[in-house]
Ligand binder design. Sequence first.
Ligand code: 5GP
Length: 182
Amino acid sequence: MTTPEFYTIKDKKFKLMIDDVIIQSRIQELADMINIDYQNKSPIFIIVLKGGMFFGIELLKKITVDCEIETLISKSYGLNMKSSGTVDLIIGSIALEDKDIIIVEDIIDTGLTMNKLKNVLNSYNPKSIKVASLLRKPDCAKIDVTVDYLGFEIEDKFVVGYGLDYAEFGRQIPAIYQHIED
Ligand code: 5GP
């Protein structure tokens, strides 16, 4: 199936930014790195819902080391297109003490969400915390967050697809699309 060049979601138009083939091959490279780095370890992948679930699943299908999987809910965008900077976290009753955590996120924009996530998870006394993110917008950073396994750096554009939504729509699109003005 060919990837469409444009999508319309509700009132907004989006243009293809990163094709699925390119995403898949980059995710394979990230998985290869993780498989080497965690050779004699059993990491726990914490997928940040809902945005991180598509990247998380594609990444995890390529992981060959023993691992556990958890999920966590974080919300910062609400129904509009600007990062609000405030974050609500809902974490299950997961045992994280002495665990090697890899947080799996869709995108790092201001960095506030990931910073908060790392601080909260640190309070569970894990052995280590690393971050895997499919995308990062370096021009939007308000706080410096280390991304250990980064898919792509992108321009400051609002993007959808691969788990990322516009007002809850567009998550299922199997590629990354950027918002364009009419
Ligand atoms: P931050 O706290 O780094 O500013 O924002 C992180 C969260 O904002 C991401 O997990 C994601 O949910 C949302 N976000 C940031 N940029 C975008 C974007 O371009 N598109 C969408 N759909 N969500 C975004």
